[in-house]
Design a protein around this ligand. Structure first.
Ligand code: 5GP
Length: 120
């Protein structure tokens, strides 16, 4: 079982507007903002508005509307950023072995340049 959601995690604070972020997209289900430590020309994080620790938590517990809303938002962010034609990468780290640092689900979107085989 996943750890309980921590309302003091940094992305919860970003969602509540307590910590500033460079907004890329915002709707009922998702919020997207620039990663503070970009690993590519474009590096955006997309997070659900709901309280989910990770992809594991979200995929098991979120309702169908919420899942659809979030998945659509991830796609829309990439389209709005013009990443589809050149291509891009999306990634989510889960838990300790996945290298997840912030315990609120986030999908990384990388693009704006050729990325090579993988970003560690
Ligand atoms: P993870 O390793 O959990 O998949 O990724 C966490 C990401 O969040 C990292 O890429 C890191 O640079 C980013 N990050 C951590 N703290 C902040 C913050 O306060 N603001 C923003 N915009 N990004 C953050």
């Amino acid at each position: 079982p996943t750890q309980p959601y921590d309302d003091d995690n940094i992305f919860a604070k970003i969602l509540r507007g307590e910590i500033p972020s460079n907004k890329v997209y915002d709707d009922e289900w998702a919020y997207a903002f620039e990663d503070i430590n970009a690993q590519a020309q474009v590096h955006v994080l997309v997070i659900p508005k709901g309280r989910y620790v990770s992809w594991d938590d979200f995929s098991a517990k979120a309702g169908p509307e919420e899942i659809a809303g979030f998945v659509r938002a991830v796609g829309k962010v990439a389209r709005d950023l013009g990443l589809v034609e050149p291509g891009y990468r999306m990634m989510a780290n889960i838990g300790a072995h996945g290298g997840q640092e912030v315990p609120h689900l986030h999908v990384h979107i990388f693009g704006g340049e050729p990325l090579g085989p993988m970003i560690a």
